[in-house]
Design a binder for this molecule. Sequence first.
Ligand SMILES: [Zn+2]
Length: 163
Amino acid sequence: MYPPHFGNNPLFPSKNDFRVVLKNHVAGMGVMTYKFIAKGSLVCAIAGDIITDIRQHTLQIEPDLHLHDLFFSGYFLHSCSPNIELDMKKLLVHAVQDISPMDYLTMDYAQTEDILYKQFPCGCGSENCRGWITGRKELPVAEAILSNGFRAPEKQFEECQST
Ligand SMILES: [Zn+2]
């Protein structure tokens, strides 16, 4: 899925196993798998340009370093009960749940991001859905108050202030 100049790491995702597809106009693009991936296994290695600013599809490596990958990992969708976890030091993706063919790969954006490019109401449908998604080190923006998805602001404020 990556262009040749990214190198030929055999752990890179293959076009036979994954596709970047438009899920819908709310969620946007997502990464779908065509194969079964067992919980705990390595999904693939990821790559991209390393940049210093936060953009819509970047993933945080360090607070001032972000991976910009418009071929694959930039399109991972968010879920509050994700099926993948990212190791942004080694640029590896692991499955944290069994993943079935035709499932989207989903991560928790707060696992990697201190601050999101844009906060948003979550429709992941999981039991522990946080309702409004922020980075792990930021407060909800005012728009959150107007969102149906926003829950328990007191709790989120406490958690943010204690870090
Ligand atoms: Zn959610």
